[in-house]
Design a protein around this ligand. Structure first.
Ligand code: ZEM
Length: 291
């Protein structure tokens, strides 16, 4: 059971998140990485041009977005947070998911990412379907390359430098064959936030793994089979991306600063608060002045 904390006590919620992060029987003993992935996938559907998608609404609980293969396995994260939500029904899922991602980053040794409340939830599936617009196929595909990354992150308004900074999150967690088809962690200590991903990406020799699964790259380190996705490799192949990989590999402080900015921006995408401090869910068509 999670603890009920007073309405608006977000530090109290953060403390509860730290407690649910301890999951001795799950993955590397921590829910932290999958909580970060939930915050990212909840937010990373945003489109600047269409001005829809993003963390507001917590649409990932419903319908098509919940069933999207790109979101496979994220129900674990939603379930880890459920006791907190049940004990504290005053917080929206959308606020809880983004706050949990931010707190997990911090608890695993990462930077302080700015966070603000005010997101609302879709009430149910039809509410979500009616409001969110068509946001399918917006999350990146790890099998592709640099131009795909620029398409996907450009749609959210990110620069090359920010794409590389955000990719540093792959120092956390692992791929699961039964979720994405890919397999394994990127680093030896995947519950510690650091610039290790950039160090390994830029210094180790990565070779295609011989297996039945999709193309991924491997390097054996301390007896562990570490991995890189084709999109991770693209950061070393593209000269502009590579410059930032090398900078972040050398300078952890710079990485932490740039990551905090880029992740803080991510969880704010499409969250338009009014004077009341709430980001009301407006039907996309209504915003565009259509009936
Ligand atoms: Zn990920 N990511 N990601 N990512 N990601 C996975 C796991 C995690 C891509 C991707 O295809 C995959 C960002 C960007 C990109 C995390 C955070 C962030 C997995 C493995 C894949 C396939 C899923 C599985 O099988 O469980 C691609 C192509 C990206 C484009 C650059 C960004 C941005 C992130 C946050 C800032 C995290 C924390 C994980 C580990 C999840 C876990 O369960 O351990």
């Amino acid at each position: 059971m999670a603890k009920a904390v007073p309405k608006g006590d977000y530090d109290g919620i953060r403390a509860e998140v730290r407690k649910v992060m301890k999951q001795p029987d799950y993955d590397d003993g921590s829910a932290g990485p999958v909580l970060v992935r939930l915050a990212w996938h909840a937010s990373g559907t945003f489109s600047l041009v269409e001005h829809n998608g993003g963390s507001n609404g917590a649409g990932l609980r419903h319908g098509k977005e919940a069933a999207d293969p790109a979101n496979a396995g994220l129900y674990h994260a939603i379930e880890f947070l459920m006791p907190i939500q049940q004990a504290n029904p005053w917080i929206t899922h959308a606020d809880l998911w983004t706050l949990a991602g931010v707190e997990a980053i911090k608890a695993m040794g990462g930077p302080d990412v700015p966070w603000q409340p005010g997101r609302m939830d879709y009430n149910d599936e039809s509410h979500a379907e009616e409001h969110r617009g068509n946001i399918s196929d917006r999350l990146p595909d790890g099998a592709l390359g640099a131009s795909h990354l620029r398409d996907v992150f450009g749609r959210m308004g990110y620069s090359d430098q920010e794409i590389v900074a955000l990719s540093g999150a792959h120092t956390l967690g692992r791929c699961h064959a039964d979720r994405s088809g890919f397999d394994g962690p990127w680093v030896v200590n995947p519950t510690r936030f650091s610039n290790q991903y950039f160090k390994l990406l830029s210094t180790r020799k990565w070779v295609p793994r011989k297996w039945d699964g999709p193309l991924q790259f491997e390097n054996i380190m301390a007896g562990e089979r570490l991995m890189m996705l084709p999109t991770d490799m693209a950061l070393m192949e593209d000269p502009v991306f590579k410059e930032w990989v090398l900078k972040y590999a050398k300078d952890q402080n710079l990485f932490f600063k740039d990551f905090a900015n880029a992740f803080g921006k991510l969880i704010e995408l499409g969250v338009d608060r009014d004077d009341s401090g709430f980001a009301h869910l407006v039907r996309q068509a209504a915003k565009e002045g259509k009936p």
